[in-house]
Design a protein around this ligand. Structure first.
Ligand code: C5P
Length: 303
């Protein structure tokens, strides 16, 4: 992540992620599940603009990028502006743990769909922690920030690491960076409905025979997309499919596309196709839009 100062305030971009692999290994005593997952950051971003708030409060205004462009107030995803928003919780946590008295106003411009398995809320929270650590000159190390981040959510830590791809274990907060030698191209679709992460986990079944992400990572290291696509796995997809008809329909749609492989990301409902190159991702996106899907993105991982 990078913080820059503009005429509007401090600006930080929060990327979305896709899970190329997610195996649920077992349920834990604390109610979470142990995982092995491979997360890749993609070039779909929310934007956060931070300014000093003279009242001393932490305030948030959230707008959908599409609504700003079309000058309407119609929000396509309901994103809370209260303490329920992870952004506010992250700022409050940082302030209370570091004994800071200052306030901040955060403008959040959303592009990452909510309840989609793309960790938009987690990435926004990470972006706020990253930015406030610098703006408030707190001097926290990446490890210290990640420790705090794990209190906000399992995925937040990934975005606070400098890795653009990582194998994550524990409940998702233990990171092992896995730099990829190639840029990956995706077509991503989010249906009209979303899914609650907690609900999907409640219906999942741990893998009886976990195979681990090693073969997938080795295939990606060799640049062998065909082999890599055979190793895509998401233990949360079967429960998501049984809970949500849109996910089942997307799987159908993607199986007819000329993509190398396809899968749901995280707890859904967004679904991605791994593509040979940017052109084939754009062709697949056009076909999905022609089928009536409105929220379709072409995305790529950093090199
Ligand atoms: O960590 P986060 O707040 O994003 O998780 C949301 C919910 O998803 C948790 O309350 C839990 O029910 C479920 N979850 C889980 N195991 C994980 C991550 C999340 O059961 N590893």
């Amino acid at each position: 992540m990078r913080l820059r100062q503009s005429g509007f305030g401090w600006v930080v971009q929060a990327p979305a992620k896709l899970n190329l692999f997610l195996e649920v290994l077992g349920k834990r005593a604390d109610g979470y599940h142990d995982l092995e997952t491979v997360m890749v950051a993609i070039n779909l971003f929310d934007t956060l603009i931070l300014n000093e708030e003279s009242s001393g409060e932490i305030t948030l205004r959230c707008q959908h990028a599409g609504a700003i462009l079309s000058r309407t107030n119609r929000a396509r995803d309901e994103v809370p502006e209260t303490r329920d928003n992870l952004v506010v919780r992250a700022a409050e946590l940082l302030r209370s743990r570091c004994g800071v008295q200052r306030g901040v106003h955060i403008d959040l411009i959303k592009r990452i769909p909510a309840a989609a398995g793309m960790a938009g809320g987690s990435s926004d929270a990470a972006a706020v922690m990253f930015a406030l650590n610098l703006i408030w000159k707190l001097g926290l190390s990446e490890i210290e920030l990640r420790r705090l981040a794990s209190e906000i959510g399992s995925d937040v830590c990934f975005f606070l690491s400098s890795a653009s791809a990582a194998t994550c274990r524990g409940r998702g907060e233990i990171l092992e960076p896995c730099p990829l030698p190639l840029r990956l191209y995706f077509v991503v679709a989010r249906p009209d409905s979303g899914l609650s992460t907690a609900l999907v986990y409640r219906h999942c079944r741990p893998e009886a025979e976990p195979r681990g992400a090693r073969e997938l990572l080795q295939a990606l290291q060799r640049g062998d997309l065909q082999r890599a696509s055979q190793q895509l796995r998401n233990s949360l997809q079967p429960p998501a499919e049984s809970l949500n008809a849109d996910v089942r329909q997307l799987k159908e749609e993607f199986s007819r596309l000329p993509v190398v492989g396809h899968m749901m990301t995280g707890s859904g409902t967004a679904y991605f196709g791994l593509c040979q190159n940017r052109q084939s991702a754009m062709t697949a996106a056009a076909r999905l839009r022609a089928r009536g899907l409105s929220r379709v993105f072409v995305a790529e991982s950093p090199p």
